[in-house]
Ligand binder design. Structure first.
Ligand code: AMP
Length: 421
């Protein structure tokens, strides 16, 4: 008996009935990013594992628990990319994209891989879209980055989401804050979950976004970063907020936004949809001023975000924003009889070459079943060509929305059809 294969756990097929939704989201993202001056960058699906280990951080969940790490036939250690920023920065440095001292504005769309526990809105292969604005510390660009995400979601028609911003400070204010956090959490050590216990000394900020209720209760009264920002960081954060107000991007300050990756400095933000359940972040990002240096480039402050396509799709479905957007044929061509089929092949070829979406099923023989199929596919017109029509040198054009039927002469069908459709 033949073996039936199943898809790997945590992955999914995007079936034809859904693939157009992905196309809509990706096309819109490309459009918006381009409108803001971003150019697409396409990096490989796998990189040297060190690209992530050094940048995302050895102590991060992504590197410790979630990365698909493998050895190739020559013993080199690679990883399927778990996120998009590190590869973009690797490429930026390798290809000297900053050589003219211009800001590099780059966007990407593509699959990422994390060995996560699968659940609604969380899978092991997922698609992300993101932008990176490389080469400026101006807080205007932190705000503009947030604005790109905001305009994108608004243009898709989404209403149910919020923008939450925070500052995680620079390296030096972050250190003072970490000490304050350790001091605060240490007396509660026994009540913390195991992950939090382990994180307390090497990455105490991560305790702030633990999802476990008992940890959250303790976190509620923890010191907040904003009280530990030095003057420069405070000013930077204030300016980001001012720009967002000028841009009319509504936001709230949430001191518990810390982001899971080690490389963030100053601004951190998330886009939240509370209707999505536990996995409620549509995306997030922030400023990462040290990353380019870590990759061997010169000091190059940068800011960016990444969002997840699946959660966006779920949000759009919840708000019925994808109804009626499935592509539909303009013409459903029905040919009945051998001679009519030959003529139909000629006509269908011409219509398709002229940019008209035509459905044509040479194997079906019944008029009734084909009309039913045309209806199911939501076609605008049925073209019907049988022996009778052929003898009269005409083709029937039936408007499937109004039922109106006209006869089109076959002689000059090219001219007529390009006018009519
Ligand atoms: P992160 O890089 O973890 O901040 O992720 C940015 C966005 O990517 C998240 O807000 C999600 O929308 C999406 N994302 C991250 N991990 C997953 C996953 N395992 N499955 C589906 N989407 C994900």
């Amino acid at each position: 008996m033949a073996i039936k294969y199943t898809i790997p756990r945590g992955t999914f097929d995007v079936l034809p009935k859904d693939s157009y939704k992905w196309e809509i989201i990706e096309a819109k993202f490309r459009h918006i990013a381009t409108r803001f001056g971003y150019r697409e960058i396409i990096t490989p699906i796998f990189e040297h594992a060190e690209v992530f280990e050094r940048s995302v951080g050895d102590s991060s969940d992504i590197v410790q628990k979630e990365m698909y790490r493998f050895t190739d036939r020559k013993g080199r250690i690679f990883a399927l990319r778990p996120e998009g920023t590190a590869p973009v920065i690797r490429s930026y440095v390798e290809n000297n994209l900053g050589q003219d001292n211009q800001i590099a504005k780059l966007f990407y769309i593509g699959p990422m891989f994390r060995y996560d526990r699968p659940q609604a809105g969380r899978s092991r292969q997922f698609s992300q879209f993101g932008i990176e604005c490389i080469g400026t510390n101006n807080p205007y660009y932190d705000a503009e980055t947030i604005q790109v995400f905001y305009v994108f979601l608004k243009d898709l028609g989404l209403k149910n989401f919020s923008v939450e911003v925070n500052s995680v400070g620079c390296e030096s204010c972050s250190q003072t804050y970490n000490q304050a956090l350790i001091k605060y959490f240490e007396p509660h050590l026994d009540a913390l979950c195991n992950d939090c216990k382990n994180r307390l000394n090497n990455n105490p900020k991560r305790l702030l976004d633990c999802k476990i209720k008992t940890c959250q209760a303790i976190t509620k009264n923890a010191p907040i970063m904003i009280d530990y920002l030095d003057d420069n960081c405070k000013e930077h954060f204030q300016q980001v907020q001012n720009y967002l107000k000028i841009m009319k991007v509504p936001f709230t300050v949430n001191p518990h936004i810390v982001r899971g990756l080690d490389y963030y400095t100053n601004t951190a933000f998330e886009f939240i949809n509370n209707n999505l359940g536990a996995q409620n972040a549509l995306g997030g990002g922030g400023r990462y001023n040290k990353l380019v240096e870590q990759f061997g480039g010169k000091h190059t402050p940068s800011v960016g975000f990444a969002g997840g396509t699946t959660r966006l799709l779920l949000s759009m479905e919840n708000e019925n924003l994808l109804d009626g957007l499935e592509p539909f044929p303009v013409v459903y061509f029905i040919a009945l009889g051998d001679n009519a089929k030959i003529k139909a092949i000629e006509m269908v070829s011409w219509l398709r070459q002229n940019n008209i979406h035509v459905e044509f099923d040479l194997d079906r023989t019944s008029l009734k079943s084909q009309l039913k199929n045309a209806d199911r596919l939501n076609a605008s017109y049925a073209f019907i060509l049988g022996e009778d029509e052929l003898n009269k040198n005409i083709c029937l054009q039936k408007n499937l929305k109004t039922g109106e039927q006209i006869e089109l002469p076959l002689d000059n069908y090219r001219e007529l059809y390009s006018m009519n459709l």
